[in-house]
Structure formats: C-alpha cells, structure tokens
Write a protein that binds this ligand. Structure first.
Ligand code: AR6
Length: 205
C-alpha cells in the first residue's frame, strides 16, 4: 500500500536535485538529477547492451568510473552463458565505484512501440529488482533505461519504469528499502517527475 508522497527541494550533495519521494510499504522511491556512478546504494543498475562489453552513455560512464574489473567479470559471464538478452539482468561487483555491485540489464531498442518494447522495458526493471532481492540489498539506483541511444520516448518509458518499480515494491516483503532514479539530464528528470506526480494522484485518489 502506498502511504505517502512527499515533495521536497533539498540541496543534496553532488549538485543533485531531489524533488520527489514516494513511500511504498517500507520502501522509499525517489527521483534525483545526477550521475549514477556517484551513488552509494548497494547496487547501481547499468543500461548495457547484450554484448556486456561496455559502450557509451551510462554504460561507458560506469565502466570508466568502476575500472577494468567490471569488464572482466562481464566477459566471464558472457563466456559462461552467452549474450544477455534484452529484458534480462546479471550482476558484477562494483570495482572502484562506491556501490559494491552493478546490475547490468539490457533495455529494448525503440522500434515504434509495436515490437514488445514496453514488456521488455518492464522486464529489465523487474529482473534487476529480482537480483537485488536475491542478494538482499537494501538500496538500488536506476538510470532511465533505453531513453538514450536506444531512443525509447521518455514520456512512455518513465511511466513504465515507475509503475514497474512501484508494483514490485508493493507486492514485496523483501529487504529493499530505497530505490533511487538517478537522471542525468534535465529533460529526463522532468519527465520522471511529472510521471510520478501523475501516478501518485491516481494512487491516492
Ligand atoms: N548517470 C545517470 N544517467 C546517465 C549517465 C550517468 N552517468 N550517463 C548517461 N545517462 P544510454 P540506453 C542517461 O544511452 O538508451 C550504451 O552505449 C542518459 O541521459 O546510456 O539504454 C550501451 O552500451 C539516458 O537518459 O542507454 C547500449 O549500447 C539514460 O542514461 C546503449 O547505450 C540511458 O541512456 C543502451 O542505450
């Protein structure tokens, strides 16, 4: 059950802006504008590609900040189980990152919306949370999966991302107490903020 929505505008460290918090059972969902590589949650999520060999965007930033051990572990995973299908997730250690673990998932490439994109995107969030629960993490940070190089329209992606996390937290009695969406640019941040306000209105009314 959702028990509250709090709107704040704190001066958070690292130039982050945090404006929206949403309480679901015992967990807090919040949205901040910032760089996910600076987060100290138990895990941060990487919007990777199926090769798990790194790339641009948030993937490149995570590998750069975390150092080469992350890529090494990714190579071992691919050697063991092959490429990572879209909608699935795997986990590595965090290397030099503050977060001790990185959950790598692959979102859908936007192809117009009729190719199962929404289900694959929801699955990427669900599978990432499932891994976090298996590892008994208390906190996890997500980027906005698929809304960069993979071109998923953010007005649609934000609703799917938030709904999937809210529904998972609502149906869970697990260890997760904090989920943070860490959004790099202002346009994406604004889209998530208005999507969350809209969802909150629907939930509360
Ligand atoms: N912290 C948080 N979010 C970030 C950061 C950061 N440091 N850097 C970028 N973003 P993208 P995708 C945001 O392209 O669309 C890669 O090359 C960015 O503003 O990183 O899922 C992979 O290897 C955007 O909102 O991921 C794949 O080939 C969001 O992260 C492909 O891109 C996602 O953008 C995956 O594409």
């Amino acid at each position: 059950m959702i028990i509250g929505l709090l709107l704040t505008n704190n001066g958070v460290e690292n130039m982050e802006r945090q404006i929206t918090e949403f309480i679901i059972n015992q967990a807090k969902l919040s949205i901040v504008q910032g760089d996910i590589t600076k987060q100290n949650t138990d895990a941060i999520v990487n919007a990777a590609n199926s090769s798990l060999m790194g790339g641009g965007g948030v993937d490149g930033a995570i590998h750069k900040a975390g150092g080469p051990t992350i890529l090494k572990e990714c190579q071992q995973i691919v050697a063991r189980q092959g490429r990572l299908p879209a909608g699935k997730a795997v986990i590595t250690k965090g290397g030099n990152l503050k977060a001790k673990h990185v959950i790598h998932t692959v979102g859908p490439i936007w192809r117009g919306g009729e190719k199962g994109e929404s289900e694959i995107l929801a699955s990427a969030y669900r599978e990432s949370l499932k891994l976090a629960m298996e590892y008994k993490f208390n906190s996890i940070s997500f980027p906005s999966i698929s809304t960069g190089a993979y071109s998923y329209p953010v007005d649609k992606a934000s609703v799917i991302a938030l709904k999937t996390v809210i529904n998972t937290l609502r149906n869970s009695t697990d260890t997760i107490r904090e989920v943070i969406f860490v959004l790099y640019n202002n346009q994406i941040f604004k889209a998530y903020t208005s999507a969350l306000k809209e969802l909150a209105k629907q939930q509360i009314s």
